[in-house]
Design a protein around this ligand. Structure first.
Ligand code: ADP
Length: 275
């Protein structure tokens, strides 16, 4: 029998050769959840400050008056609870579990809030990791979330792919740093988003420069940035250039990122408000 050549998106026949669409893989959140917008925060590789950017976006959106959640999908490198100073276990009922609230009121779910000892590494294979992220989406009761930020696992491998197929993201923010080799890794992330039909909201460059506390000269520690070139090439917006700031490191270490009073992600926040 020859394969059907109809356009499945407009064909009403319920035939066996119907091609699967992106929507077929999406999973519904918990029936008691109310999540309005989902923003993925991604990076081409680890250590560029993806979790920091997730935290800044979330805490600034919260300060702007929205209900905000963070789903920490970075299962093997979960740093969100530490950055927000949140620990202990989530509250679970028969129906589902509830995320933990940070001091500033951000709802947080992370594998570290399920582990007895958060210094033990999670040594799981890809499908199990993706399964855990899926459960953060289906089994956690996100009661009233205007903006859910998903701190994605770094890279473009199996786990981010599955997460993108499971959770309906409204847009992604790509985090980069100037030392990434000719921004090749960013371009991979942009291309992945394009291939998966995901809306890229813009790029955030972290560790862009350091400002001299005396003369305020901005020094490009990692050499000239290529973020504007990459943004131009793909028709994207640069939503923030975050400097290396010792206060950021201090607040992250103390678990008090919500107390950081800097305007680094203001443009990104405006963009998200109008999404
Ligand atoms: P990733 O999620 O990409 O692996 P993180 O966001 O966890 O990286 O960043 C690792 C750590 O680096 C943070 O906890 C913070 O202490 C430090 N850091 C990141 N960005 C900055 C910055 N702009 N200035 C100072 N310290 C930073």
């Amino acid at each position: 029998m020859s394969e059907c050549s109809h356009d499945c998106s407009t064909c009403s026949a319920n035939c066996s050769s119907r091609k699967q669409t992106k929507e077929d893989f999406l999973v519904k959140p918990h029936k008691k959840s109310n999540i309005k917008k989902v923003i993925g925060v991604v990076s081409g590789k680890g250590g560029v400050g993806k979790s920091l950017v997730t935290s800044l976006l979330a805490s600034n959106m919260k300060k702007a008056g929205y209900n905000v959640g963070i789903l920490d999908a970075d299962i093997t490198g979960p740093s969100i609870p530490k950055i927000f100073g949140v620990s202990g276990s989530v509250y679970a009922t028969k129906e589902g579990a509830y995320p933990k609230k940070s001091e500033g009121g951000v709802d947080i779910m992370s594998i570290n809030l399920l582990l007895e000892d958060d210094t033990k590494p999670v040594v799981w294979r890809g499908p199990v990791i993706a399964g855990a992220v899926g459960q953060f989406w289906t089994d956690i009761i996100w009661e009233d979330v205007d903006y859910m930020f998903v701190d994605m696992p770094p890279g473009t491998g199996d786990v981010p792919l599955t997460v993108f197929q499971t959770i309906p993201v409204d847009g992604i923010v790509i985090v980069t740093s100037p030392q990434e080799l000719v921004s090749m890794i960013v371009e991979k992330a942009v291309n992945m988003a394009e291939m998966m039909n995901i809306n890229v909201l813009g790029l955030v460059e972290n560790m862009s420069y350091i400002e001299c506390p005396n003369c305020h000269e901005k020094i490009s520690v990692f050499g000239e940035s290529h973020v504007d070139e990459v943004a131009k090439k793909y028709g994207l917006e640069v939503l923030a250039n975050i400097p290396i700031d010792p206060e950021i490191a201090k607040k992250c270490d103390e678990g008090k990122i919500e107390q950081l009073d800097k305007q680094y992600v203001d443009k990104a926040v405006e963009k998200l408000k109008n999404l």
